[in-house]
Design a protein around this ligand. Structure first.
Ligand code: ADQ
Length: 496
């Protein structure tokens, strides 16, 4: 079996060979350690002049990182990826901005990354590309003659065709996705959005076994919900529950109940609505005054994108307003902390909270929901209040599922969670833990890679049969742009 090559926008920074952060990084690194392989992507650095990839070997894993120029960063990362695709894919096309030049930069960086990776690829390798920054990547590799199996996993939602069509080069993006051998989504709904685009748009057909035939390409399209390792999290949360920070939180609560939320500071996470639903609960239930606090942890992300500065200001304003309205000398209703925590400590903090409050307006999966459940004390678990618009809602049957736009419904769910009898809490927790174990992170990774290997094997058998057949009996997929083009121009954009 060949090596696994993982390609993601960011290669997670490592500390003594361990990734610093959450689900994707842990899953990727585990997969790589088992098979041996390469993790290729951006180092997070911007430089004046691009240079060759920096290669670092740690055990069986080779880290290959590249830097971006400021122009690449502005156009590919900050521009098209995060100001066009991110908002639109989260159904916020009101916040999206499209600039043709930025799309050109997005394509240029994908081509350049593919060129830097190509010399590292060996014939038996399989390549797994992650997320919206790299949609054209398979096409760029194919243009360079790479024949290896290539899979793609989208961590964020894929919007329904009507919303997707607000991105001017939508058709080209979907066509690019069809250059992968397997395309994976977080949920059945995301997968369906892709199939609807293909079928209803008249671009291709879908067979019963999930194979798509479009633009002369055959690919498998599936839902592969990302998981966590629930038992490892359970152990960490128990072990860290004696840490000073956790003890201080416990002492500060002095018998009050705790509702806890942890998110990156992002408009998709619905933080203002979340505060407002909590406010509604306090407004409707004066009995809760002084008896419950909301702890919101939200480290800033992409602080150089204007929208994020606005969210931060709004949120600080909302927390201040609600605290001003209800606070007492010895009680602050909302504590809003703008910082990152060490992962195991965060899990132990979750264990202190009677309610995990995860109410994004739209989210591919949301690992925090899963982590909250896994962190609970099995003897006395808390309750998860979860948005119906998080992918995790398809998988956590024991959560109280809410529409985050409905403040009254969310406020009622919070109250119900805070007052839930012990037996019901335990039963809901057990249901969710069973689901988390069944769909853990290895299952996500192994299912995806097994599909990629089997589709690739089937394709190579077909290709051999075609080669054996008389010339002209079968036509190979023909790329629309030339490998020699240094920067494929955004064709859909030019056509307008
Ligand atoms: P994200 O949008 O980053 O990921 P999420 O799934 O919630 O969202 O994962 C965030 C991770 O960061 C979690 O592991 C969480 O514990 C950690 N984290 C958050 N705040 C933290 C803090 N203050 N300190 C320390 N750690 C913190 C994208 C998609 C998601 C999808 C994931 C994985 O947007 O929908 O679930 O990828 O596929």
């Amino acid at each position: 079996m060949g090596r696994l090559i993982v390609v993601s926008n960011r290669v997670a920074p490592t500390q003594e060979g361990r990734p610093a952060a959450g689900g994707l990084a842990v899953g990727v690194l585990d997969a790589l350690k088992e098979t041996g392989g390469v993790w290729f992507g951006w180092s997070g650095e911007t430089v004046a002049e691009p240079s060759a990839p920096v290669i670092e070997q740690q055990g069986s894993v080779t880290y290959a990182t590249v830097s971006l120029t400021r122009r690449d960063y502005d156009q590919y990362y900050k521009g098209f990826s995060n100001t066009t695709l991110w908002p639109t894919f989260h159904y916020r096309n009101d916040l999206a901005r499209y600039e043709r030049q930025e799309y050109g930069g997005y394509l240029r960086v994908n081509v350049s990354l593919a060129r830097q990776l190509q010399p590292l690829i060996e014939p038996d390798d399989i390549i797994w590309v992650h997320d919206y920054h790299l949609i054209p990547f398979a096409r760029c590799l194919r243009d360079l003659g790479v024949k290896n199996p290539i899979g793609f996993f989208l961590h964020i939602p894929l919007p329904v065709p009507e919303v997707l069509r607000s991105v001017p080069p939508h058709e080209e993006l979907i066509k690019f996705m069809c250059h992968y051998d397997v395309v994976g989504f977080q949920t059945g709904a995301d997968r369906q959005a892709f199939l609807d685009y293909i079928e209803r748009g008249g671009h291709g057909t879908v067979s019963d076994d999930g194979m798509v035939h479009a633009w002369d390409r055959f690919l498998k399209v599936g839902a592969y919900p990302i998981g966590i390792y629930p038992d490892a999290i359970a152990r960490a949360s128990a072990q860290f529950s004696d840490r000073k920070a956790v003890r201080s939180l416990r002492e500060a609560m002095r018998g009050r109940k705790l509702i806890m939320s942890v998110d990156r500071l992002d408009y998709s996470k619905g933080l203002a609505e979340r505060f407002q639903a909590f406010e509604r609960m306090l407004q409707n239930g004066p009995g809760w005054h002084g008896r419950v606090s909301l702890l919101q942890i939200a480290p800033p992300t992409r602080s150089d994108v204007q929208t994020y500065q606005t969210i931060r200001r709004n949120l600080e304003g909302e927390a201040g307003r609600i605290n001003g309205r209800f606070a007492q000398l010895d009680w602050t209703p909302i504590q809003y902390l703008n910082r990152k925590y060490e992962r195991n400590l965060l899990m132990a903090l979750f264990r202190e909270a009677q309610v995990g409050y995860v109410a994004p307006l739209r989210d591919g999966m949301n690992l925090v929901a899963k982590e909250y459940v896994a962190s609970q004390n099995p003897e006395d678990p808390g309750v998860l209040v979860l948005s119906q618009f998080a992918g995790a809602a398809e998988q956590l049957p024991g959560a109280l599922v809410v529409n985050p736009y409905d403040l009254n419904q969310t406020a009622e769910a919070l109250e119900r969670a805070l007052s839930m009898p012990h037996a019901e809490r335990v039963s809901r927790y057990n249901d969710m833990m069973a689901s988390l174990r069944e769909n853990n992170l290895s299952v996500w990774r192994d299912t995806f890679l097994a599909d990629l290997r089997s589709v690739a094997t089937a394709a190579s058998v077909t290709a051999k049969a075609r080669t054996a057949a008389p010339a002209g009996a079968a036509s190979a997929p023909s790329p629309a742009t030339s490998a020699s083009a240094p920067e494929p121009a955004p064709r859909a954009a030019r056509a307008q």
